[in-house]
Design a protein around this ligand. Structure first.
Ligand SMILES: [Zn+2]
Length: 692
């Protein structure tokens, strides 16, 4: 797994925010969410014109009658609702295991869950579990000892740090696993929150300072001291933000791949004793590593030289409190939710505790709980159907490559070679991870989290220098998501997504191709988007297109980037201006959406032809083609809070649902044909963009 690459996934992985509700009685039993319909005529807004605004047509009635529940920041007809259901099914498993475990695994994850649910004990313990960490921080005498503090904290399972360090596949030799280090240390969602000087971010920074101050006072500091500490935290994080590379720039592999010797890394930050840090975290010795963001480590040198030792102590104390704020007593929890949940994300009420504890257990012991989850919730027939669907999409992408007007034969051949090498992982791992080394105690939530962090770190660091295990997964089985990994050159579909509305045995193929078919096509196209196309079929960063083809490719991706930069992501509201999409940040995902829609349609045509049917046949008042596009669009029906929408413009590489639908259909003339649109209408423009 690559530490500094954001894997191209289908949607944001974090669907819930930083919240929990200690007040909620543990006996409040959750209600099972209904299965989502694959194709829902009732979601359609018949007053809208599909040729003017297809998203409004396909989703308008749904968005109107589905306000965001108070414990959510966004509500979607597909991902979020299916996630709610999967989490409920998982909760049932955990709740039973916590009460009556019947195996060693059940006992382990049952205890983990139970420790998380025990709010009385959390309240009773207060900050006592954090005292040893605070002592270590207080003992910091001078900045030269920072490396030793950072190393010791990490070795003991604290997630508090200034940077990320781990093991990843070498971008230029995917058979090797190397050490890598890169930027980190920010508490706000993006560097822009620290650096942009408009009224909105000034106000957020003001409220952030107030929040940090409040957390320090809750931790026992006098108000004046707490205010000084908060100012120091903002100063350090702002300097780290300035030294950080932007998300958009990090999308280019060349901007995050710089092989350094340890000695050369040391020259970037002479004040930080890297060998001592490596020794403390017990990583095997190595000579070279990937310094993903060298400027960050240069900036760190200035910062260490400049900041007084008390400022560093404040920074580490803050991160210690912040990293576990929602697992501390209610006063800390409430304060954390008020800022990170309500102010930043617009969430009205905290996520119920049972939901948070279920997700947390899935996060820590995913391949333990997942083993039992798939037995109950993933029939073998689903896997067999997926194998078939993936094969038909592969064929369709192969045919698409052959017909591309801009690609030379030499590059077509290379593209086909890469396509043939894509591996498919469906449902769950062939081989489960062992959690034997992870000690879980029923009455020790923070201890469990600390030990889990040590366990995960050790697991990651143990990869150094070892052969790559291509059977490893980056998502747990109940996850409602999918991803493509350019170093593995594989597509991954956890069991959690292989159900309605994505995939449904009971509906016609058009709806399934519009749902899971487009998802499969999306992931495959990631292998050929602006980022994925820079890796070859063996997962190595190596140009395989001719110079002429790369030029033609870039002209086409520029077209997509410019097109999406023109879309309004958030309308103006009150004194807040409208925000446009960042076409460069979202380029890979938009390319994948466009390719996915096109190749899944092609695969549908072939499937229908083999059955002696056509896209013009009607079912329930809609043609097969219309059902395909509606099935696709209804995956993306969503409502989200204004705060979350604004945050996502900066942080989310995916476009909002409206543009995942309207952006793609207006680039695909078969849509206009299916709905009888006239050339020049918004969904059938005279000029459109196409890469794949
Ligand atoms: Zn994606």
């Amino acid at each position: 797994m690559n530490c500094f690459r954001v894997l191209p996934i289908l949607i944001l992985t974090t669907l819930t925010t930083f919240a929990q509700a200690p007040k909620e009685p543990n006996s409040a039993k959750p209600v099972p969410p209904a299965v989502v319909k694959s194709f829902d005529p009732a979601a359609i807004d018949k007053s809208a014109d599909p040729c003017t605004d297809f998203y409004q047509y396909a989703c308008g009635s749904w968005t109107k009658s589905n306000p965001i529940p108070s414990d959510q920041t966004r509500w979607m007809r597909s991902f979020v609702q299916v996630n709610e259901r999967n989490r409920y099914l998982l909760w049932q498993e955990l709740d039973t295991a916590a009460a009556h475990p019947t195996s060693a695994l059940e006992k382990q994850y049952g205890n983990f869950f139970a420790a998380c649910m025990d709010t009385d004990l959390i309240e009773k313990k207060g900050l006592e579990p954090l005292q040893p960490v605070f002592k270590q921080i207080d003992a910091l005498k001078d900045a030269h000892k920072l490396a030793s503090l950072v190393g010791e904290l990490e070795a003991e399972g604290s997630t508090v740090t200034i940077f990320n360090f781990g093991v990843e596949q070498d971008d230029k030799d995917s058979t090797k696993q190397i050490a890598a280090i890169g930027q980190s240390g920010l508490s706000l969602p993006d560097r822009d929150y620290y650096l942009v000087d408009n009224a909105r971010f000034q106000e957020i920074r003001k409220q952030y300072i107030a929040h940090v101050t409040k957390m320090f006072t809750l931790g026992g500091d006098a108000p004046e001291k707490a205010a000084r500490e908060a100012a120091a935290v903002l100063e350090i994080e702002t300097a780290l933000a300035k030294a950080s590379t932007s998300r958009t720039d990090l999308r280019d592999p060349a901007n995050r791949y710089h092989i350094y010797t340890v000695a050369d890394l040391q020259k970037l930050t002479p004040e930080f004793d890297y060998p001592l840090y490596f020794k403390d975290i017990k990583v095997r010795s190595f000579e070279t590593l990937n310094v993903a963001t060298p400027d960050f480590f240069k900036g760190l040198e200035e910062l260490i030289a400049k900041e007084p030792i008390d400022s560093w102590k404040a920074y580490f104390r803050w991160h210690t409190l912040h990293s576990v704020a929602s697992d501390l007593p209610k006063a800390f929890f409430d304060e954390n939710f008020a800022f990170f949940g309500q102010t930043l994300a617009g969430q009205k009420e905290p996520t119920p505790r049972w939901k948070r504890c279920t997700s947390m257990t899935d996060g820590a012991l995913g391949e333990a709980v997942g083993q039992d989850w798939v037995k109950k919730n993933f029939p073998p027939a689903a896997k067999a159907s997926m194998d078939q669907l993936v094969a038909s999409l592969e064929k369709s992408l192969g045919d698409d490559i052959q017909t591309l007007p801009w690609m030379t034969d030499a590059t077509k051949k290379a593209a086909e070679e890469k396509l043939a090498l894509i591996r498919n992982k469906i449902g769950y791992p062939e081989k489960w991870r062992s959690y034997e080394a992870l000690k879980v105690e029923r009455g020790d939530l923070l201890g469990n989290l600390r030990r889990s962090s040590v366990f995960e770190n050790d697991w990651n660091l143990d990869h150094l220098g070892k052969p790559v295990d291509e059977k490893e997964w980056g998502m747990t089985p109940p996850t409602v998501n999918a991803y493509y990994d350019p170093s593995f050159n594989d597509i991954n579909f956890p069991a959690g997504i292989l159900q309605p509305p994505f995939f449904d045995f009971s509906v016609d193929p058009a709806v399934n191709f519009g749902g899971i078919g487009v998802v499969i096509g999306h992931e495959m196209t990631h292998g050929f988007d602006d980022e994925g196309s820079q890796y070859d079929g063996h997962g190595n960063l190596r140009e395989w297109q001719t110079a002429e083809d790369r030029k033609a490719f870039t002209e086409r991706t520029d077209c997509v980037a410019n097109e999406y930069s023109g879309f309004e992501a958030v309308p103006a509201q009150g004194d807040q201006p409208a925000l446009k999409l960042n076409g460069k940040l979202t380029l890979g995902e938009n390319t994948a959406d466009n390719g996915g829609l096109r190749i899944a349609y092609k695969a549908l045509l072939e499937t229908l032809a083999a059955q002696g049917k056509s896209v013009n046949d009607q079912i329930g008042g809609y043609t097969e083609a219309q059902r395909y596009f509606l099935g696709f669009a209804q995956v993306w029906c969503e409502n989200k809070t204004e705060q979350t929408a604004r945050q996502e413009v900066l942080t989310n590489p995916h476009s909002p649902g409206r543009w995942r639908v309207n952006g793609t259909v207006q680039n695909f003339d078969q849509f206009g044909k299916a709905f009888g649109c006239k050339q020049g209408q918004p969904m059938l423009p005279a000029h459109s963009c196409r890469v794949w």
